[in-house]
Design a protein around this ligand. Structure first.
Ligand code: FAD
Length: 461
C-alpha cells in the first residue's frame, strides 16, 4: 500500500500540534488532521493558561515527568517565538488547620517532582504577598516559578512551526472510520480518505472513540467541565500572582489569577458531564464561583465581569496520562491529557518521538529547519503594535485601532488573516488578535472586525 503520509497525527490541539511539529523535524511526511475548521478550537482554547512547574503532580507518574520537562521546553520555546509568558509566581493558601498541616507534605511532593523552590510562609507573609486576600488565611506555600501564558498563541505557534517544517495541515477532516492493514492505515474522514504508515491519536476528548476504531477498549473519557469568570482589566491591580487553593483528589481547585491579557480570572469549577460538547457556562457554576471568590478575595466581586467561559478536561479512568504504542497496528495513543496538557505538550511530543523510535521507526533529523515562527504578541505586559511608533510610521494600519477595549489594530487583523495558519472564522480571528475579547464583547467593534475579515478573505481567494 502506498500511503499518503508516513505519519498522521489526529487532533490539532496543543498536544497534536506539538507532536506534528516535533516529527516534522525528521525526514518524514507528516499530516495533522483536525475535525474542526481551525486548530486550537477544542480544550486547548479554554483553560486557565498556567504554565505549571508540576510541583503538585503525583511523583513518579508520566504526567509529573512531562509537566516538568514541558515547563522547560515551553519556557524556552516562548522566548524564541514571542509567546507571551509572565513569571508571576503563585502562592498556595491554607484556610484551615488541616490545609496548613498539608503544606509540608506539598513542599516534599514538589521536591519529589524535582521542584525545590517552594517555601512555607506564615499568614503575615501571605497577606504581604496578596494584600487583597479575604480574611482567615493561616499560611501558605510559595511556588515562585508558576507562570501565566497565552494558550492560544502556544497552539498557533506549534501548528505554524509544524506547517513551516512541512506538515500538511488538514482541517475539517473528522476521522470517522479506520481500515488497518499490515502496510498502512486508511483514515476515512469527513473530507475523504487519508492514509499513513503510522497514526498518532491526540484527539483529546475524542481519543477514546478513535481508540475504539482501532479495536481497543482500554479507557473512557469523561468530559470534566471547568467554568471560569474573567474580570475587567480594572481588577488587575488586586492581584499580581496566582492564588491557589490546597489541591484535592478532584483537582487543583478554584484559583484567582491575573491573565496574560491584563484581566483577572476566577475558576475553574470541576464537574463531570456526559456531553462532550457542553462548553456552555451554567448559572450553578457562576454562583459557585462567586461564593468561592467572596471568601478568597471579596473585593474582586465589586469588579465588573467581562466574560465567562468553560473548557472540558479529558478526564479518564486512569491515574496518569495514557500513552501507549501498538507496534503491530503502527498506532500510538496519547490519551487522558487532562489538566496539564498546555504545559506538557512539547514534552509529550518528545516522548512520542522516543516511543516511535523504540517501536522501530527510523528517524533521521532534517539537515536544516526553518526558524521558529515569530508570533504576534497578545500579552498586555509586552509592547503591542498600537504602542510602537516606528511600526506605525512604517505601516499606518498598526495605528488604526479597530477593537478599542483590547486595542487591536487593523494591521494585526490583516496580518492574522494572511498568516501561515489563517483563521477560519471570527472566533479564530479573536484567538489570534484579542479582537472582540474585551469588556464590550464585540458590541462596538464586531461589525467592523467582520467586514475586515471578509475583505481579507476575499484577497486570499
Ligand atoms: C478548565 C481547564 C483548565 C486547564 N488549565 C490548564 C492550565 O492552567 N495549564 C495546563 O497546562 N493545562 C491546563 N488544562 C489542560 C489543557 O488545556 C489540556 O490538557 C490541553 O489543552 C489538551 O490538549 P489536546 O491537544 O490534548 O486536546 P484538544 O485541545 O481538545 O485537541 C484535540 C483535538 O482533537 C480533535 N478531534 C477530536 N476527535 C477528532 C476526530 N475524530 N477526528 C479529527 N480530530 C478530532 C478536536 O477537534 C480537538 O481540536 C486545563 C483544562 C481545562 C479544561
Amino acid at each position: 500500500m502506498n500511503t499518503d503520509y508516513d505519519i498522521v497525527v489526529i487532533g490539532g490541539g496543543i498536544v497534536g500540534a506539538a507532536i506534528a511539529r516535533e516529527l516534522s523535524g525528521y525526514r518524514l511526511s507528516v499530516a495533522l488532521l483536525e475535525a474542526r475548521d481551525d486548530v486550537g478550537d477544542g480544550t486547548s482554547k479554554a483553560n486557565t493558561a498556567i504554565l505549571h512547574t508540576g510541583f503538585d503532580a503525583k511523583p513518579g507518574t508520566l504526567e509529573s515527568a512531562m509537566v516538568s520537562r514541558g515547563y522547560q521546553l515551553l519556557s524556552e520555546y516562548a522566548k524564541h517565538t514571542g509567546i507571551p509568558v509572565e513569571h508571576t509566581g503563585a502562592i498556595l493558601v491554607a484556610w484551615d488547620s488541616e490545609q496548613l498541616d498539608a503544606l509540608p507534605g506539598l513542599r516534599d511532593k514538589a521536591v519529589a517532582n524535582g521542584y525545590d523552590r517552594c517555601e512555607i510562609v506564615d499568614a503575615a507573609a501571605v497577606y504581604a504577598a496578596v494584600p487583597n486576600l479575604g480574611p482567615g488565611a493561616l499560611g501558605g506555600l510559595t511556588v515562585p516559578d508558576e507562570s501565566i501564558i497565552c494558550t492560544w498563541t502556544v497552539n498557533l505557534a506549534l501548528a505554524t512551526d509544524a506547517v513551516n517544517r512541512g506538515t500538511a495541515l488538514l482541517r475539517g477532516h473528522r476521522v470517522e472510520r479506520v481500515d488497518v492493514t499490515p502496510d498502512g492505515t486508511t483514515l476515512h474522514t469527513t473530507a475523504g480518505p487519508v492514509s499513513a504508515r503510522w497514526v498518532i491519536n491526540a484527539a483529546g476528548l475524542g481519543a477514546d472513540v478513535i481508540d475504539g476504531l482501532f479495536g481497543h477498549t482500554r479507557f473512557t473519557v469523561t468530559p470534566r467541565r471547568g467554568e471560569l469568570i474573567v474580570y475587567d482589566k480594572l481588577a488587575r491591580p488586586l492581584v499580581d500572582k496566582i492564588v491557589l487553593p490546597v489541591p484535592t483528589a478532584r483537582g487543583k481547585g478554584v484559583l484567582v489569577s491575573p491573565t496574560i491579557y491584563g484581566n483577572v480570572m476566577l475558576g475553574p469549577t470541576s464537574e463531570d458531564l456526559q456531553d462532550r460538547t457542553a462548553t456552555g457556562t451554567s448559572e450553578r457554576g457562576f454562583e459557585f464561583l462567586l461564593e468561592k471568590g467572596r471568601a478568597l478575595m471579596p473585593r474582586l466581586l465589586d469588579e465588573e465581569v467581562t466574560a465567562t467561559y468553560a473548557g472540558l478536561r479529558a478526564a479518564i479512568d486512569h491515574g496518569d496520562y495514557l500513552i501507549e504504542t501498538d507496534p503491530q497496528q503502527h498506532y500510538l495513543l496519547v490519551g487522558g491529557i487532562r489538566s496539564t496538557g498546555l504545559t506538557a505538550g512539547m514534552a509529550i511530543a518528545e516522548h512520542v518521538r522516543d516511543q516511535l523510535i523504540s517501536a522501530g521507526l527510523e528517524l533521521t533529523a532534517r539537515n536544516t529547519l526553518p526558524d521558529p515562527p515569530e508570533m504576534p504578541n497578545l500579552g498586555e505586559a509586552f509592547p503591542r503594535p498600537y504602542q510602537q511608533t516606528e511600526r506605525i510610521a512604517a505601516d499606518p494600519a498598526y495605528g488604526r485601532i479597530v477593537c478599542f477595549c483590547e486595542r487591536v489594530t487593523e494591521g494585526e487583523l490583516r496580518d492574522a488573516c494572511h498568516a501561515v495558519v489563517p483563521p477560519a472564522g471570527l472566533d479564530g480571528l479573536r484567538r489570534r488578535t484579542r479582537a472582540m475579547n474585551g469588556r464590550c464583547q464585540a458590541f462596538f467593534c464586531g461589525a467592523e472586525v467582520k467586514t475586515i475579515f471578509e475583505q481579507q478573505l476575499e484577497q486570499n481567494s
